[in-house]
Design a protein around this ligand. Structure first.
Ligand SMILES: C[S@@+](CC[C@H](N)C(=O)[O-])C[C@H]1O[C@@H](n2cnc3c(N)ncnc32)[C@H](O)[C@@H]1O
Length: 865
């Protein structure tokens, strides 16, 4: 399907802000100009549609389907059904107010297309995934996937469309299936493919990620030398995608990228989810922080960029204003209605107030990102909502306030084959009438003002329970705190054209069977103007929103004194953002959100209470005192490591750190992180994690060195080890991954004495160099790809000290390098199971057979063969 032309989607919404009512622009007519259908027709139709959907969900309508109360599948004619936890009833896909709101925004053509849009939203989201860019056996894995891609998939006797490759994901391999993940999990005909997905997802070689969620990292084009900030990063699917491009190959070769990624999320628990998600990438170039992104500190970041200053002597700006990061991802919290296909509960909680409440926070986060972006750098602003208030309105304000320092870049050439719609040039600002009335709003008497078409729109919206505000001046005073001037489209219709809002990309669910998504790509061309100088979209003042940033820019501190109108709206946004926070969490199925807090519409008593609470909090809250999160590894610790492992000269010992909290993990940080982010000293960042684990300090073993090697740190450490490395043949290595130990008898005459004489402690078993040379020709593997961390204890068996996922990946590499076959591995696994069973049976019969020894002998034999 060819992408719809820009022209077809140029401002379909007439200018609702001016009385002059200009000629409607070319393009589809607004659905609200339907003429003779009579007052309230739309509402009736929406009700009818809704009833149909309800019938489908409950199985009572004409198109009866069995409903198991949880999930009904079979795409094309099935509906997902989730339970509302409060009422216990099924949640019905669709909502009259949602429909009225988005029809008024004219995001799709009325009629047939609208129907398709709504039908798609009610369908489960197809499963999609990508092969990790850093996988060193991609070819083998892709071949395996593509055998499934070629196969016809049948679900409930119906033939489904084949898995399709996502062309826009260039330089890598990404796929979208025609079935959702529940079907993938449950349908027995897909069991083999599901198993493949599951194992590789657990091992970290495949990432399940929504198709549209892969777009921002693709357009950002992160390179190994880039310094990257991911402002709202958890749970980390986009961070991991960027990390894979940044440190491609590094986790095998031990080379370090000169760039790094700072991944930030204000929610600490979610930041730890991100740490978990990124652990498999095993890079020294990631640090994870937990700041409110709008207050992300600048002090301690970056080195001087004298070249930039020298080139631009006329930039009379403090160094901080030149920015630090080459690439910034600003994937802000949003109302998340683009994820309704997987976060079904959004149908229950959706309201226009969510977007209005989140808009100020989204703006300040994006503005902070723009301030931290290097001149010449790129920033993506993205959301998983279709709401223009959270999308184009934020982008427009940012562009206007930057006075030309930021410009939009057209990202379409970077994502060939992706069907996207241009950003809107105009939109409508609406709020739910009942929420306004609950706060004392009385609709004005008399006839509607404005052009005839708009009167019709307004009436239709009113029937649907929505109040339209044509301009900021229409917003009654008490409501101006949350309906901000920057929510409105420009009064002058040429502004959006001039600022190229159409360069924004809207992904609509029915275009390629995805979730809804919004992406804007900014380039910073010069330092931002002094905060506060900007004007809002409607020409009004930004009203102090920028002050927040100024405080941070000037001092680098989170000041308690950041209060006032802008901050209160930020807080309100945060309060109502709960609906979106889980929107991208792949782990949760239909996440049940709390109903959004209606703090934007509080009674005067509630407002007073909130104010009092705020004051109490600000009195008790301490000023943030930056703490040293890491302490350098002490000299005596290093001396013992150096001696025990025979570490060669040149190892970056000054980049080894321990966490101050007494953790026993020694980490290695990249040069860039240590220098630029100054993690060890004067650290302003609230860190939760950084770098990669290279040693574990063991307090209670009898080894001469208290520091054990770590499998994660192998690529970085192995090239420097002079001692405690033994060479092993490929079959023996394969057997080690199956049985979990290495038998001395398997070593050659040169290697055996090495291990026999070795003191207790950790050592590395590596593939014989002769084999490695052959492997290097076949695949992009480094020496550390074929190294296993082991433990020299007593006796003749040496335990392998790796987790199951590492062992699985190791086996995949051996197979990809054709050093061992799947048949050999299967045989080894069967032998192990057989002997384990025999052992268990013997134990059950009270016999004390020395089966362990038997297993060992058998395994030994097997390894010998
Ligand atoms: C849409 S999600 C981000 C998804 C993420 N980029 C990914 O690809 O996995 C938005 C995130 O913003 C975080 N968040 C909410 N308010 C924030 C704030 N003020 N500063 C930083 N992060 C915030 C939430 O905790 C949530 O994890």
């Amino acid at each position: 399907m060819a992408p719809p032309s820009y022209a077809a989607f140029f401002p379909p919404v007439p200018d609702v802000t001016g009385a002059s009512a200009p000629e409607p622009p070319p393009g589809p007519a607004s659905p609200f100009k339907s003429g003779d259908m009579g007052k309230g027709w739309r509402r009736k139709r929406q009700k009818k549609n809704h009833q149909n959907l309800e019938d489908k969900a409950s199985g009572t309508g004409k198109s009866k389907r069995s409903v198991d109360g949880e999930n009904v599948n079979g795409r094309g004619d099935g509906w997902i059904v989730a339970r509302d936890p409060s009422s216990g009833k099924n949640i019905v896909p669709g909502s009259p107010v949602f429909e009225a709101y988005y029809q008024a925004q004219s995001i799709v053509e009325p009629g047939v297309e609208w129907k398709k849009f709504m039908e798609t939203l009610a369908m489960p989201l197809p499963a999609s995934f990508r092969v990790n860019l850093d996988c060193d056996f991609t070819e083998m894995l892709v071949n395996e996937i593509e055998t499934h891609v070629a196969r016809r998939i049948h679900v409930n006797g119906k033939e489904m469309a084949p898995i399709k490759r996502l062309e826009f994901f260039q330089g890598g391999h990404a796929y979208q299936m025609a079935i959702d993940r529940h079907t993938l999990r449950k349908d027995s005909s897909l069991a083999e493919f599901h198993e493949l997905m599951k194992t590789h997802t657990e091992a970290g070689t495949i990432t399940r990620q929504e198709t549209v969620s892969m777009i921002p990292p693709v357009v950002l084009g992160v390179q190994p030398h880039h310094k990257v900030l991911d402002m709202c990063a958890a749970p980390g699917s986009k961070t991991s995608q960027m990390l894979e491009t940044l440190s491609r190959g590094c986790s095998r070769t031990g080379q370090e990228p000169s760039g790094y990624i700072v991944a930030n999320d204000s929610d600490t628990a979610r930041a730890y989810m991100l740490v978990h998600q990124c652990r498999r990438i095993n890079t020294v170039a990631l640090c994870v922080t937990t700041h409110k992104a709008q207050l992300f500190p600048a002090r301690g970041l970056g080195r001087k960029e004298p070249a930039v200053e020298a080139e631009n002597p006329d930039w009379d700006v403090p160094r901080v204003a030149l920015g630090y990061f080459d690439r910034i991802l600003c994937d802000v919290p949003c109302s998340g209605d683009g994820t309704v296909r997987k976060t079904f509960n959004i149908w229950r909680t959706w309201s226009p107030g969510q977007g209005l409440g989140l808009h100020p926070m989204q703006y300040v986060i994006a503005r902070r990102g723009a301030a931290l972006l290097k001149v010449g750098g790129l920033m993506v602003y993205s959301t998983c909502t279709l709401n223009p208030i959270e999308n184009e309105a934020v982008v427009l304000s940012l562009l206007q306030d930057s006075e030309g320092a930021l410009e939009l870049v057209d990202p379409r050439p970077l994502v060939p084959g992706l069907i996207v719609r241009p950003g809107l040039h105009s939109w409508r600002v609406m709020e739910s009438t009942s929420r306004l009335q609950a706060n004392g709003h009385v609709a004005p008497d008399g006839e509607d003002q404005g052009a005839e078409g708009e009167q019709e729109v307004e009436r239709t919206l009113r029937d649907s329970g929505l109040t339209l505000f044509r301009s900021y001046e229409d917003v009654p005073e008490p409501f101006r705190r949350w309906i901000r001037p920057s929510c409105f489209p420009p009064k002058d219709p040429t502004v959006a054209e001039r600022l190229k809002l159409h360069y924004c990309m809207r992904c609509l669910p029915h275009d390629q069977d995805t979730g809804g998504f919004f992406i804007a790509l900014f380039k910073k061309t010069r330092p931002l103007p002094k905060p506060g100088a900007g004007k809002c979209a409607d020409g009004g003042d930004a009203e102090g929103v920028l002050d927040v940033e100024e405080v941070v820019l000037e001092t680098g501190k989170e000041k308690d004194s950041i209060e006032g109108r802008s901050m209160s709206s930020v807080d309100q946004g945060a309060a109502s953002s709960s609906a979106a926070l889980d929107a991208e969490t792949e782990a949760s199925d239909y996440v049940v959100h709390d109903a959004p807090t209606s703090s934007v519409l509080m009674t005067p008593l509630q407002q007073e209470q909130q104010q009092a609470q705020k004051e109490r909090r600000s009195q008790t809250r301490k000023t943030f005192v930056p703490k040293e999160f890491f302490v350098p590894l002490a000299d005596d610790g290093w001396a013992s490591i150096k001696e025990f492992y025979g570490v060669k000269e040149g190892f970056p010992r000054d980049r080894l750190f321990l966490r101050r909290d007494g953790s026993k993990v020694v980490i290695l940080l990249s040069q860039g992180l240590v220098e630029d982010v100054q993690l060890s000293t004067r650290c302003q960042l609230q860190l939760v994690n950084a770098g990669t684990r290279i040693f574990d300090r063991a307090s209670a073993d009898r080894s001469a060195c208290a520091y054990r090697l770590s499998q994660d740190g192998m690529p970085y450490m192995l090239p420097y080890l002079n001692k405690r490395v033994v060479q092993v043949g490929p079959t023996a290595l394969a057997a080690m991954t199956v049985y979990g130990y290495l038998d001395l008898d398997l070593l050659g005459p040169m290697q055996r004495p090495l291990l026999e004489d070795m003191e207790m402690g950790s050592f590395v078993a590596v593939l014989e160099p002769t084999c490695l040379a052959g492997v290097a020709k076949m695949m992009e593997a480094g020496i550390a790809s074929f190294a296993l961390m082991c433990w020299r204890g007593f006796g003749q068996k040496m335990n392998v000290m790796c987790i199951a996922h590492d062992l699985f990946i190791f086996q995949c590499r051996l197979k990809a390098a054709r050093l061992v076959s799947e048949a050999q591995l299967v045989e080894m696994r069967e032998t192990k199971s057989r002997l384990q069973l025999k052992h268990a049976n013997a134990k059950g019969e009270g016999q004390n057979l020395k089966v362990t020894e038997e297993i060992e002998q058998a395994c030994g034999k097997e390894m010998d063969t």
